[in-house]
Design a protein around this ligand. Structure first.
Ligand code: TTP
Ligand code: CA
Ligand code: CA
Length: 627
């Protein structure tokens, strides 16, 4: 559920930088013969030429799209070069792309707080750098404005579209501009310089959005791709939002956006301006109502997190059609491979970054032999993560068996697995003062054998010292120690409004509580080892619950065991909670497509507004497609 964060009083300068056709650029750098040639990167799976996961701009000009498979792309563009992602352990190995992304992050992070938002994008808070520039060398005092900055697209300039370098120069140097525009002008120059450095040092081009908050910067970065930047002055925000379809806005891609369209006739974000904050709160609850009211005005207080490393690690593989896994031993064989990779990655994260992952999660897609259309989804399962490849393999297998048993309702039916993925999340820094990593991990292992999850709260920085005792660990069984796995499913707004008012649950929808309102509903009280754990959340189960909730308007909190919010507040704080916000988009990209789809459904990513446009200095780097 979206929650409005308090916005800062001072104007900020935020940039969102996204690499252009990233995997393709990485492959073009590896093999310069591919430069200027229509190119796409295909997934490791030879069926119909493999699924396209990245499409170069030259290939896009021929109509090649990411949704195509290699064979179709060849039909549309016979000269296309299809490069297969590197393979290790029988599956895609994305390390090459990950480290290429890190090269870029290393450059971008030199100018301000930097949040690595996915494998190929970052947010930058350039406020301090812009302030310094304004004090020391404001644009009008510069000998020359960098050419790349002059190529910027400044929204709202003249007739709404960039009229040329002279207009941009005037905008960058206007002496009577207000303070926030002056800061933004400095940010524009800083980002242009950073992008030039990225190109010089890595040979990669990127596009950027520069605005006063994250939401606007993210909206702007894809507006002029590839290799260009778009600036959003505060005065241009109303026009930008007036024409922005609600579904393009982050967090409005799902049911909330559909409700705005269907129930309120709101088609663009600007249409929301018709509604008062009170009205939106009445309809969608206090938090969502306020959030909607604010985004209609382009207000967004989300801070750029200081985070250069991913929030989680994940790897998976699909087994389509006849390749479906139908025996426990074949699942075990593949799970072992996936766990081996995961283990290597968390181990290197530990070695290099002194970070530990706390939660192991297993996702799968499955079918039953007697069902043509699967009626039930395989439940995602999680447990505390124990370091060591064999332990991870053992735990993942337990999670699988537990999920399979639920999936089959403990019946003895034939089954098949079409997709498997394992993830390591809730990654935290090793607390300062820990005497040795080895000691820490020894204690950590102890905790992972335990079913008492109460000492390992997500977001609690110093939990190492509060790990539970070996005695507890020995007396409780593994399976009781499941970690709640949550899914963010947006709630019927009417129901939500009545539930929120009925339960007076406002305080619970606070980020600090690390609990999301929509998620909260799926927890029953307490994670006591003696109770049935609510750790497994199954999407179709959620849908059923959703329906139950929708059909019941009266006395909602007491009619549903998972809705007794106030009672559960304390119990919840004692649970391990899998926070959907811990899912890193870069990790989602690494999972099999069908699992990606499911997870994307939970996190509702924003979609791109606009695509290709050529004509800037860096853009010339993309030479015309060779035929
Ligand atoms: P994107 O930034 O979505 O796309 P892109 O960089 O290829 O192209 P654009 O210029 O439009 O930004 O994704 C970054 C990389 O992540 C992409 O190159 C390949 C990978 N990826 C996947 O593997 N699967 C996916 O479903 C998506 C969306 C991306
Ligand atoms: Ca990109
Ligand atoms: Ca991206």
């Amino acid at each position: 559920m979206p929650v409005a964060r308090p916005e800062s009083q001072e104007p900020r300068v935020i940039a969102h930088v996204d690499m252009d056709c990233f995997y393709v650029q990485v492959e073009q750098r590896r093999n310069p013969d591919l430069r200027g040639v229509p190119t796409a990167v295909v997934q490791y799976n030879s069926w119909k030429g493999g699924g396209l996961i990245a499409v170069g701009y030259e290939a896009r000009n021929f109509g090649v799209k990411r949704s195509m498979r290699g064979d179709e792309a060849k039909r549309v563009c016979p000269d296309i070069q299809l490069v297969q992602v590197p393979v290790a352990r029988g599956k895609a190995d994305l390390n090459l792309y990950r480290s290429a992304g890190s090269e870029v992050v290393a450059i971008l992070s030199t100018k301000g707080k930097c949040e690595r938002a996915s494998i190929d994008e970052v947010y930058l808070d350039l406020t301090d750098a812009a302030k310094s520039m304004l004090l020391e060398s404001p644009p009008p005092m510069l000998d020359s404005i960098p050419e790349e900055a002059l190529k910027s697209h400044v929204l709202g300039l003249s007739s709404g579209e960039n009229k040329g370098e002279d207009d941009v120069r005037k905008w960058l140097c206007q002496p009577d501009a207000d303070y926030q525009d002056k800061l933004l002008a400095c940010g524009t120059i800083i980002v242009a310089e950073l992008r030039v450095r990225v190109l010089q040092e890595t040979k990669f081009t990127c596009s950027a959005g520069i605005a006063h908050n994250k939401m606007l910067a993210k909206l702007a970065s894809p507006m002029h791709k590839p290799a260009q930047q778009t600036v959003v002055p505060a005065t241009s925000v109303p026009d930008l939002l007036a024409s922005l379809p609600v579904k393009k806005m982050k967090q409005l891609g799902g049911k909330l956006g559909t409700s705005l369209q269907d129930d309120l006739g709101v088609n663009t974000v600007g249409d929301l301006l018709k509604f008062s904050e009170q009205k939106l709160q009445d309809l969608y609850g206090i938090n969502t109502g306020t959030w909607l009211w604010k985004i209609a005005r382009g207000i967004n207080g989300d801070e750029v997190e200081d985070r250069l490393l991913p929030k989680s690690h994940g790897c998976g593989k699909t087994f389509p059609g006849p390749m479906a896994l139908k025996t426990t031993s074949s699942v075990k064989q593949w799970l072992n491979q996936l766990c081996e990779e995961l283990s290597e990655r968390i181990q290197s994260d530990l070695d290099q970054n002194k970070r530990i992952a706390q939660t192991l999660t297993l996702h799968a897609r499955a079918f039953k032999e007697d069902e043509l259309v699967p009626l039930k989804k395989f439940p995602s399962k999680s447990c505390p993560l124990r370091y060591g490849t064999s332990k991870i393999q053992e735990d993942a297998m337990h999670l699988f068996e537990s999920g399979l048993s639920d999936f089959l309702n403990s019946k003895n039916l034939g089954w098949g697995i079409t997709s498997l993925a394992v993830g390591a999340s809730k990654i935290v820094d090793i607390p300062n003062g820990t005497t040795s990593i080895l000691k820490y991990l020894t204690e950590k292992r102890t905790s992972c054998n335990s079913s008492d999850c109460s000492d390992a709260l997500p977001g609690e920085p110093d939990h190492a010292t509060s790990l539970i005792s070996q005695k507890d660990a020995d007396t409780k069984s593994y399976k009781e120690c499941k970690v709640p796995f949550e899914s963010e499913v947006e709630e019927n707004p009417k129901t939500k409004a009545s539930r929120e008012s009925a339960s007076d649950s406002e305080g619970l929808f606070d980020r600090d509580a690390n609990v999301k309102g929509t998620i909260l509903r799926y927890f029953s009280g307490g994670c006591s080892s003696n109770q049935r754990s609510t750790s497994e959340v199954e999407t179709n189960q959620l849908e059923e619950e959703e329906e139950k909730i929708s059909s019941s308007t009266a006395n909602i909190t007491s009619s549903h065991p998972n809705l007794n919010l106030n009672q559960n507040k304390n119990a919840l704080s004692e649970n391990w909670i899998y926070n959907i916000e811990e899912i890193d988009p870069s990790v989602v990209d690494e999972l099999p497509l069908e699992i990606q789809r499911e997870i994307r459904g939970w996190i509702h990513p924003s979609k791109r507004i606009n695509t290709a446009k050529r004509g800037s200095t860096i853009a010339h780097y993309f030479s015309p497609a060779r035929k």
